[in-house]
Each structure stands twice: as C-alpha cells, then as structure tokens.
Design a protein around this ligand. Structure first.
Ligand code: FAD
Length: 340
C-alpha cells in the first residue's frame, strides 16, 4: 500500500517536499522547490496520518535529516551512492548517535570509537533507540563517534561516518520499546552494535572532527518538521473530539453541552492557533535568516508543541471514554515486514 502511495505522490509532484536548502532558498533541484514556510501547512496535513503520509511523500524522519545532511556535507561519491537512492525512496536510512552508557543529550559524551587504520576506519560502539534501524529497507547508518577522544576541544573530537548495514560487525540486536510498545512510525527503533566494523576512509562525512557541528546542523529542520506534524495530529484529535461530543449522550445531554467538554475544545482551538503561528514564524525565520538565526524559536517550538499537543490528545482520549484507549492505528509497513 505504501509503495502505491509513493508512486502516486511522485506522479503528482508531492515528493521530497521537505527539501529546502539551509538558507531557505529553494533547494538545488532535490525537492519541490518549497520554502520551510510553504512546507509547513503540507507537513501539518501529513501529521493527520503520521504513520503513513510522511513515508508516502518521502518526507519521513530520520531520512529527511539524513538527506539534508548528505546534501550539505556529503561529497559527490557519497551523494551518488546514498543520497540519490534516498531521494528516490528506494532505500531508508538511520542516524546513530545515542548510546546507552552515556548521557547522549550532550554529544560530547559519545564513546563510540572511529579509529583510522590505513585506508579504512574501524568502528566500535553500541547505540540504542536508533529510529528506522528495524526496517529492512534501512541500508545505511550515519554513525557518530570519536576520531580524537583525547582532543582538547571537546566539540572537535567527533566525526560522522557512513556504515552500510551489511558491513561485517554491524549487528541490529533488538527492537527498542517505547512505553512498552513497538513503535513502527519509522520502521522501529533498534539497539545496534558496531564491533570492529571496517569501512573505507572515503565514508567519512565531511572532515575528521566535524561531527559535532554536523549533528547540530541536522537537528534544527528535524525539530520543526516534528512540530508541523504534531499540529496536524492535534487538529485531528480536536476533529474527533468534536464528532464524539455531538454524538455521545451522558447524563441526559450531549457531551457537547457539558461545560467541561466545551472548555476542552475551546482551549484546544486557542492553543493550536497559537502553536501554528509560532511554528510558522520559526519556519519564516529559517527561510529568511537561516537555521542558526532561528535557533531560539526552534528551541521554543520544540518545548511548546509536544507539551500542548499531548494535552489536547489526552482530552480527545477522555472524550472517547474507554474507547479512547483502544489502539486502533494500523501500521501498514510493519504488517508487511512481520511477514518477511
Ligand atoms: C522514540 C525515540 C527515538 C529516538 N531516535 C533516535 C535516533 O534515531 N537516533 C539517535 O541517535 N537517538 C535517538 N533517540 C535518542 C534521543 O535522541 C536521546 O534519548 C536524547 O538525545 C537524550 O539522550 P539520553 O537518552 O542519553 O538522555 P540523557 O542525556 O541521559 O539525559 C537524561 C535527562 O537529562 C536531561 N538533561 C541533560 N542535560 C541537562 C541539563 N543541562 N539541564 C537539565 N536537564 C538536562 C535530558 O533532557 C534528559 O531529560 C531516540 C529516542 C526515542 C525515545
């Protein structure tokens, strides 16, 4: 089903819509030539069906961030080998930074070792919660590790390297659960072991020591994409809540006539309008002054959007009573994969 939708999206020009360049000018021919501000309402729509629509339009994390990273920092050979099949949707990818042993919110702590050995690099480390790694279509990992663990500049110790999934020593160990569930939004998050993994030196992305800066550059657009989609999720939740409120009667009147429920809906409406404006402002700043210039607003929406949307969805769940707890989502890609 997803493959059919992908073909249709390509046919209609609804493909790689996320792809705008670092400064917001239309990209170098990779996407549909949109700005962040133009992409925002489209990403919002995909958020109404988050497990299906972003993938169908080739706008799903973590590939989006990885494609931007390769476009910005990859050399021509890396673009040909990995960016091109990602752009056409032939393969998927993963970004491997977080490690169970160290506080990975501070990437200077990363312990995975990337050691130069002749014309190759050898990688040793353990990563977890690596989104998309459970997906068999995920053919490449962008791995963050340290090439200079003793370097005096803590932010120049790290590098990024491309590791094909089928390289000896790469072991996708297990699916990580999220609150006890397997999350198939991105094809599943995995624990991945890199044990003496040897790749050509040409697989290094950018220069040795440039990994920290690359990671910083990757995060901004990814954060706003999540927020754009979350607004779509909130809109869908409010829509379902309204439908339920007029169709369900409790204690002699429709839920819609209960003051508490009216408050939930009104609050949700007000909050969504505020959030959307902040996200659009951030997108506009990214377009006009660049991701760095929009840094503060990106941080703000990253905090404000999930916090508010979780509350809206909680109210929608409550309005549905016990039925709100049912897990009705189906994961089209995972059903197919389980059978493999
Ligand atoms: C569903 C899911 C998908 C993910 N996908 C990926 C992926 O694809 N690739 C990948 O590499 N990682 C992924 N991650 C991991 C995620 O990026 C990390 O969990 C995150 O960076 C935090 O790192 P940590 O888990 O080591 O927490 P820690 O670094 O141990 O942080 C613990 C807590 O301390 C807080 N904290 C840290 N510093 C401060 C401070 N100065 N002041 C106050 N509080 C602070 C943190 O915010 C956090 O709440 C995913 C995680 C989840 C849950």
């Amino acid at each position: 089903m997803v493959e059919e939708l992908k073909a249709e999206a390509k046919r209609q020009g609804l493909w790689n819509l996320f792809f705008v360049d670092q400064h917001g000018l239309p990209d170098a021919g990779y996407g549909a030539g949109l700005t962040n501000l133009q992409y925002a309402p489209l990403a919002e729509i995909t958020g109404r069906s988050p497990h299906l629509a972003p993938t169908a339009l080739n706008c799903a994390a973590p590939d989006t961030g990885n494609m931007e990273l390769l476009a910005q920092f990859g050399d021509e050979a890396q673009k040909k080998q990995w960016l091109e099949p990602l752009l056409t949707g032939e393969i998927r990818s993963a970004f491997a930074m977080t490690e169970p042993e160290v506080a990975s919110s501070d990437a200077t702590n990363i312990e995975t070792r990337i050691r130069r050995d002749g014309d190759a690099y050898v990688i040793d480390g353990r990563k977890w919660y690596i989104s998309g790694a459970m997906n068999p279509d995920c053919k490449v990992f962008i791995v963050m590790g340290k090439t200079d663990p003793d370097g005096t500049d803590l932010r120049r110790q790290q590098s990024m390297i491309l590791v094909p999934r089928d390289t000896p020593g790469v072991e996708v160990r297990r699916a990580m659960k999220v609150y006890g569930y397997e999350d198939h939004y991105h094809g599943g998050h995995a624990e991945v072991l890199f044990d003496g993994v040897r790749v050509p030196a040409a697989n290094l992305v950018g220069e040795e020591g440039g990994g920290f800066a690359i990671a910083q550059a990757r995060l901004g657009p990814g954060r706003i994409h999540h927020c754009m989609r979350l607004i779509g999720m909130a809109e869908r939740a409010v829509e379902l809540m309204c439908r339920r409120a007029v169709s369900r009667t409790a204690f002699g009147k429709a839920l819609a006539q209960q003051g508490v429920v009216q408050n939930w809906i009104a609050d949700a409406r007000v909050t969504i309008e505020q959030l959307r404006l902040l996200v659009l402002k951030t997108a506009w700043l990214m377009d006009t002054v660049g991701n760095r210039g929009a840094h503060t607003e990106i941080q703000a929406i990253k905090i404000a959007t999930p916090r508010a949307v979780v509350d809206i969805i909680d109210k929608a769940v409550q309005a549905h009573g016990a039925g709100g707890c049912r897990r009705t989502s189906r994961w089209p890609s995972c059903g197919r994969r389980r059978g493999r």
